[in-house]
Ligand binder design. Structure first.
Ligand SMILES: Nc1ncnc2c1ncn2[C@@H]1O[C@H](COP(=O)(O)OP(=O)(O)OP(=O)(O)O)[C@@H](O)[C@H]1O
Length: 276
């Protein structure tokens, strides 16, 4: 569905590439979280996939179409297939909820009859059936994001890309938004979501692709926000290394379970004090 083959993206003003030699294949029907520190390249990856930016080298295929060679006149067709949701909602402020959602269909020339059916159906799906006549400024952040999701999904695109869709929302509202995305995913839509929200990633247990300085450093099915460190060495070996690193550091009183995050590094001196 989305395939990056050895893709590098270099912005003209930057000495380092924003993405370098990326190989990534997102299959139809997957739900993928993109995680990584600020500046690691998540938004760039999303922007490349909707041809807001063009790859510098390598090949990027979306729905079988090569975005590097795609003529500009074909880009609107691509964007019909790929719905997008952003952190800042991007609603049209002078249009009602209903008009915002309908507009997405009008610009692609859908007939009025289809618009009249799809808009209320989609607003109902996102839980805003009663709010069609409101203006965006009369809605909470979570409601605005629901409108943005309705607008992105009203055309039933096979792919939805969400770039930090919960970045401006409180934790409870964020979880509601992700539940909504999961319902959309359950209907067969492929979803790629860039996020900094560790709680959401840890709860959802989907594929996690982690970027660091423009490289993929982790691609894990059923992953969590931070990688699990599976330490296969025995206790003696681990202690020997720790003592070598810092001979004055006291040994931990008990063994630590394998698979714990930062299993070797999270020993802290305050905890030691408490145990005395
Ligand atoms: N339009 C641009 N022109 C020049 N450099 C850019 C542009 N957009 C992003 N960059 C640079 O590319 C790198 C990757 O940025 P990107 O926005 O993709 O990261 P990100 O992981 O999405 O960050 P955040 O989590 O803060 O949104 C950064 O070094 C950034 O400064």
């Amino acid at each position: 569905m989305i395939r990056f083959e050895n893709v590098t993206k270099r912005y003209p003003s930057q000495s380092h590439p924003a993405l370098e030699e990326i190989d990534l294949n997102v299959e139809r029907g997957e739900f993928v979280f993109l995680v990584g520190a600020s500046g690691s390249g998540k938004s760039t990856l999303v922007r490349l996939a909707i041809r807001e930016e063009i790859v510098t080298s390598g090949r990027l295929l979306v729905g079988g179409h090569d975005l590097r060679t795609m003529p500009q006149r074909k880009v609107p067709q691509l964007r019909r297939q790929v719905g997008t949701v952003f952190q800042d909602f991007r609603l049209l402020p002078n249009k009602t909820v209903q008009q915002n959602v309908a507009y997405a269909l009008q610009v692609i020339g859908r007939p009025r009859r289809a618009i009249r059916a799809l808009v209320p159906e989609t607003l109902e799906m996102v839980g805003l059936a009663d709010m069609g006549q409101r203006m965006p400024h009369e809605l909470s952040g979570g409601e605005q994001q629901r409108v943005a999701i309705a607008r992105a999904f009203v055309n039933r695109p096979p792919v939805l890309l969400a770039d930090e869709p919960t970045g401006n929302l409180d934790p409870a509202t964020s979880m509601e938004i992700v539940k909504l995305l999961r319902r959309i995913h359950d209907s067969g839509t492929t979803i790629v979501m860039a996020t900094h929200d560790n709680v959401i990633v840890d709860q959802m247990r989907q594929r996690v692709v982690e970027l660091e300085d423009g490289h993929i450093v982790r691609d894990e099915l059923g992953g969590s926000y931070v990688p699990k460190v599976v330490d296969t060495r025995d206790r003696q070996e681990r202690d020997a290394e720790r003592i070598e690193e810092d001979p004055d550091r006291p040994a931990p009183p008990e063994d630590r379970p394998l698979g714990e995050v930062h299993a070797l590094d999270d020993w802290d001196d305050d905890a030691e004090d408490l145990l005395r």
